[in-house]
Design a protein around this ligand. Structure first.
Ligand code: GLP
Length: 356
């Protein structure tokens, strides 16, 4: 499959405005050439927030995430601290989640991860760092989770929440089935999540079965949310989250109702969005030969017809009326495309690829 990077140059919208282009999308998103470029922009937004709070003599409350997605953001924040004097002295952090049970010293713990990638390299006050504690006794967990929520509230609430997304559509560890009103709690990890974590733990049997996570409602109360996703293996869940119906089956879809959430994507993570995958469904296209064959093959699959049986109506009903107008009729277009595709078959007419 082609990456959006490869497809994009073929898709230039003649007059389609931003609104038309994104009309299937229910969450604001920004797409960058790569994760490095995008991470710098996200880090700059965080730094700006920290500085503006500093100027007002206020603390800045950040919700932080683990996983591979935010690593470059942390790298950039550390660079800004070292080279540009960005201070974290007014910052209070709350991490989203932690495996359970999990000791802090374990190098798979999120406590360890956060210190390794961020806290050890900046001037944050140790007492301002909050990562759910994977060592709390099970009978004390309920109260511990209530206290975690209260601590966020007492700090003034989250000003900014950084998120990644799991292939199950989880944010934090809010797995499918999580309720919109859920708070910080213990949760059983989805099998797919444990499979994805298995390489870090040297096999699925070593991946904890449970975790402590902030709830969906905890995340939704943040004043600003930025979710990052990189790479093609996130493309499917990103499409379902941005374009699908809100459902606890894909907990990240709850973010559709957040008034100030942005998804920051690289081009590969965005490749399944309708405006890249089937751009003729969102607006007028410049019909290059490559785009035409992609669209017609798609139309055959959609209508379950062979090329020579596609009708004017098939084209008109599937966002290709401008192509139809340009080419004259379905009849001519079908034959031309049939011949084009036929020429790609080696051995046709005893090897004469130019014979129709
Ligand atoms: C884990 C974390 C999530 C994170 C997700 C995606 O499950 N609990 O907070 O978003 O992994 O990880 P990655 O960024 O490595 O794709």
């Amino acid at each position: 499959m082609k990456s959006a990077l490869e497809i994009k140059p073929d898709i230039s919208y003649k007059s389609a405005g931003k609104f038309e282009e994104t009309r299937f999308e229910k969450i604001h998103n920004e797409i960058f050439k790569n994760s490095a470029e995008a991470s710098v922009i996200v880090a700059q937004e965080i730094a700006q927030l920290i500085r503006s709070k500093q100027e007002k003599g206020k603390s800045c409350v950040l919700g932080l995430a683990t996983g591979s997605s935010p690593i470059k953001v942390y790298e950039e924040l550390v660079r800004m601290h070292k080279e540009e004097g960005l201070s974290f002295s007014n910052v209070i952090t709350f991490n989203l989640d932690e495996y359970y049970p999990m000791s802090r010293e374990n190098n798979q713990s999120y406590h360890y991860f956060m210190h390794q990638h961020l806290f050890n390299h900046i001037d944050i006050k140790p007492e301002n760092v909050n990562v759910p504690d994977g060592t709390v006794a099970i009978e004390e967990l309920n109260q511990y989770c209530i206290d975690y929520e209260m601590n966020i509230k007492n700090a003034g609430g989250l000003d900014f929440q950084l998120l990644g997304i799991g292939r199950t559509g989880h944010v934090g560890f809010n797995e499918p089935g999580s309720h919109i009103n859920s708070g910080t709690r213990i949760i059983t990890l989805d099998h797919i999540t444990r499979v994805d974590a298995s390489s870090d733990f040297n096999g699925i049997d070593n991946v904890p079965k449970r975790a402590i996570t902030m709830g969906v409602s905890t995340i939704m109360r943040s004043k600003r949310i930025v979710l990052m996703a990189w790479g093609q293996n996130k493309a499917d869940i990103i499409k379902r989250t941005i374009q699908g119906d809100i459902s606890s089956e894909v907990p990240a879809t709850f973010l559709q109702n957040h008034p100030n959430a942005t998804f920051v994507l690289d081009q590969s993570a965005a490749v399944e969005l309708t405006r890249f995958k089937t751009p003729w469904l969102v607006g007028e296209c410049i019909w290059t030969q490559e785009l035409k064959s992609k669209a017609i093959v798609w139309l055959c699959q959609k209508t379950k017809q062979s090329i020579l049986k596609l009708t004017d109506r098939d084209y008109n009903n599937n966002g290709m009326s401008d192509l139809l107008a340009q080419e004259g009729s379905a009849y001519d277009m079908n034959i031309n495309m049939f011949n084009d595709l036929q020429h790609t078959i080696k051995g046709w007419q005893c090897g004469n690829t130019n014979t129709d």
